[in-house]
Design a binder for this molecule. Sequence first.
Ligand code: HXC
Length: 259
Amino acid sequence: MDYVKVERRDGVAVITIDRQPALNALNWQVLDELSDALDAVASDAETRVVVITGAGDRAFVAGADIEAMQPMSVPEAREWAVLGQRIFSKIESLPQPVIAAINGYALGGGCELALACDIRIASDRAKLGQPEVTLGITTGFGGSQRLPRVVGPGWARQMILSGDVLDAATAERIGLVNAVVPAAELMAEAMKLAAKIASRGAVAVRLAKRALNVSMDADLETGLRFEAEVFGECFGTPDQKEGMKAFLEKRKPVFTGKW
Ligand code: HXC
């Protein structure tokens, strides 16, 4: 792969988008490679947590590639939006939790990529926004749907309708990112959180992500039913036996992550 690298370490897969001359902007090839990388980690039982970041110190992803989009026809633009949406939905439905380590600009499609992740941590140099209207277009990779779910309708409308780009502190204040850390510590902080999640009961973590995803779309009754289902499923796993036994024996659990 030319633009997307995957490194695996201690149960954590780090996916890095590396197209630095264009501030990691997403063209067809980058999206294709990202899709392949996601398929690979999804089926890798050893991978407990995924971290997605951008290469270099300037950008996470500065958006979809404007040069590539400029000549698109109406059907081509629709197809492009659907392609990106499918790949970002893959992130959302990946069995493992995904942390976005936002190391710089996360604009347009870059912000939408971060929004499809479970958790967002930003460097103090990050800037986030949906500047599509400044180009005469709308969001297309899910921003109009996921941003309100993350920050609420008020800020989502302000960001998407104005095209304003937010600094990291503002992004943290409105809940767009969970934490802001000094740029030099971003990857260490992301890996620390990834390691913590990776140390938990892996089946429980995966099932919890599924239940959280259901909460985004289902009515409360359906969501509660689903929660009871996955809660019950945990009790068929060795990790539930071990986790509760270890608590009662006042020791740390040794999880296997087996179903
Ligand atoms: C293509 C991009 C790009 C992008 C940056 N570059 N963003 N190329 N698509 N989205 C390229 C520049 O053209 C330039 O190439 C190089 O990266 C460095 O960028 P500069 O502009 O010279 O850097 P700087 O002055 O520091 O400004 C950084 C920036 C600016 C503020 C991030 O690049 C910018 O505004 N970029 C566009 C951000 C944006 O509007 N994103 C949303 C896109 S729409 P050269 O060859 O000149 O060195 C979108 C829609 C998603 O994402 C949904 C689709 C369905």
